[in-house]
Structures are given as C-alpha cells and as structure tokens.
Design a protein around this ligand. Structure first.
Ligand SMILES: N[C@@H](CCC[C@H](N)C(=O)O)C(=O)O
Length: 329
C-alpha cells in the first residue's frame, strides 16, 4: 500500500504523522506497533522518536494516538500534540481545537510565534497527579515528592508524577547532569524492576543562573531524546513546587533541541500546565509498504519544508549558545 507521511518535530523530538481521519486503514494495534518500530528505526531510510496517528473523534476535532519508537503506546505526548494541533488546525482551517487523547480531551491553540516565522502552538497538559498509583510506582507511600529512593541514588531526590504519562523528575547539579547516572537510573527503572512495572520517563533538571531551566529526558520506549514535552511540563511544575520558579509566570525551558515555554497553573491543590512551542514540519513523503511485512519499505515523492527548517535552525543555534553560556557560568 501507499502511505502518506509528514515528518514533524517539537524541539527536535521527531515524529511521523499518519492521517487516519478520512481514510481508515483498519489496522490492529499490533500492526500499528510493528509499523512504528519499522519506520522509526534510525538505521532505516526514515527514523523518528515515534508515530502520531490522527483519527476521527466523536467527542473532539480529532483523536491522537502516540506510539513510541519501540512500538509501545503512550497515553500522552506534549511535543507530538503541538504537531497534531498544527496539522488539525491547518486542515480544518481553525485556530483552536480539541484533541482527544488516550485518557483525556485537551484544548490546543495557535499562538504568536515563539521565534520569527516558527509555527507555534499551545497545548494543555492535564490531568496532573502525584498519586504514585497513577504512574504506577510501587512504594509504601502515596506520593514521592523531592525524596530519595535509595535503590536509585544515595544523593539525588526525585519527584514522581503523571501528566498523565509517568515521569520521575530530579533537580540536579551540573556534574550530575553531565555524568552517566541518569542513563544508569533510566535503564534500571525501564527494565525489569520492582518499582515501575510500566517504566517511566526520567528527567534531570538544571536551573539556569539567568532564569529558565534545562531539561534532559530519557524517554520510556525511546531512550534519550532531544526533548520531551510532557517531561518539560512536569519539570516546570516540580521547579514551582520547590520555589525555583513561580506559578502563573512563563518559564523558559531549554532542551537539546531548542526551547519551549511552560506556564504552571495552580488552583487549590490541582495543577495544569500550558506547553508552548514550535510545531515544525520537516518533509512529507509517500512510502510503499506491505503492512504484513513492514520491515522493508520504499520512500518516494519526498518534499522538504526548507524555509521552515532554516528558520528553526536559527532558533536552535541561539538557544544552544545561551545554554552553553549558562551551563559554563
Ligand atoms: N515525547 C513525548 C512523550 C512520548 C511518550 C513517552 N515516551 C511515554 O512513554 O510516556 C512528549 O513530548 O511528551
């Protein structure tokens, strides 16, 4: 069969969009998983962190399903949702929309450009929970907020939260950020272990001297990515809890693929987060693939979004120069 793909990214966290809104391919979840593993393989002609399947919805403008590069399905994806927001808003010629996701319907909207000529979208990150059962995290307490887990590290304190996908967040020193410790912990909690039966996204966060934070995330089902939208949102909330940042105020969040802006809203004891950033298209292409044997495919008719990519490269250069200066300050 022929399949149309759009390669897109949010802060360098890259995905393929597959539109199943009008044409239903009738795929099973096993077929979606195998297709994802094949197309996301970085050793193939394509490669990505995941696939965003966009489907028709009876309760919202569209439905998003997210598959990680290893074929597992995630309940949410912040960077991916911005790309889906752009795709749906442009397709339906609207400026805001509702997108149904695995656990919740979320509001998305077009925003003024975060950087000159960079299509920018705001997405709602919600619901947020600190109840360890929602990750799940198996420990003998209801919450883990800025506390050590001796089996993970003797020095680092973690906060566990779901937004609604699961996150483990630690505020760290520069030396810890640059060591192998994050990878070691991430491999442990995403392998056979007694604590996180479904794995967890692990973020190390470094507050920057001139304001803003740097977030590096090891993503469940993928590995280290340039950025993880839900992780940057969860990390922003954790920095507000620790009075490093302030509720209702924009937080500049730097990552290895660029930067985004988060605003954490607090009402009584509940939280929501706005994630604002680029929704960039890289290229569109058609592939010829046999869904029963997705391991091989051919790519043709590839067309790049050159202007958009050149503009994004400028944002990335500026963000990276700022970050280097801040991390060496
Ligand atoms: N990159 C995403 C998150 C994708 C899902 C995650 N790996 C999980 O399994 O929960 C984002 O931008 O939020």
């Amino acid at each position: 069969m022929k399949l149309e793909l759009i390669k897109c990214h949010g802060s360098g966290n890259d995905f393929f969009i597959i539109d199943e809104m009008e044409q239903s391919f009738g795929w099973s979840d096993e077929e979606r998983a195998k297709l994802t593993i094949s197309l996301c393989n970085r050793g193939s002609e394509l490669g990505a962190d995941g696939i965003l399947f966009i489907l028709a919805s009876e309760v919202a403008d569209a439905k998003m399903r997210v598959f990680n590069a290893d074929g597992s399905e995630a309940s949410m994806c912040g960077n991916g949702l911005r790309c889906v927001a752009r795709y749906v808003c442009e397709k339906l010629k609207i400026k805001e929309a509702t997108i149904d996701t695995m656990k919740v319907t979320l509001h998305v909207s077009k925003e003024s450009d975060i950087y000159k000529d960079i299509p920018t979208y705001k997405v709602e990150i919600s619901p947020v929970s600190f109840d360890v059962a929602t990750l799940p995290l198996h420990i003998n307490q209801h919450q883990l907020v800025n506390e050590k887990m001796e089996d993970l590290s003797e020095d680092i304190a973690f906060t566990a939260l779901s937004v609604p996908n699961p996150h483990l967040v630690a505020i760290v020193e520069k030396e810890q950020m640059q060591s192998d410790i994050q990878e070691e912990i991430s491999l442990y909690v995403n392998g056979e272990n007694d604590y996180f039966p479904d794995g967890v996204n692990v973020s190390f966060v470094k507050p920057l001297p001139e304001g803003g934070i740097f977030v590096r995330t090891y993503e469940r089902g993928v590995g280290f990515t340039n950025a993880c939208g839900t992780a940057m949102s969860a990390s922003s909330l954790v920095t507000c809890l620790q009075s490093i940042n302030t509720y209702e105020q924009p937080i500049e969040v730097y990552n290895n693929g660029g930067k985004v802006r988060c605003i954490v809203h607090k009402q009584n004891d509940s939280f929501t987060i706005d994630l604002i950033g680029n929704a960039s298209f890289v290229y569109q292409c058609t592939i010829e693939i046999d869904i029963n044997h997705p391991g091989t495919f051919t790519v043709d008719n590839s067309e790049e979004y050159i202007e958009e990519m050149m503009q994004y490269a400028k944002l990335q250069q500026e963000a990276s120069a700022f970050l280097t200066k801040q991390l060496n300050a």
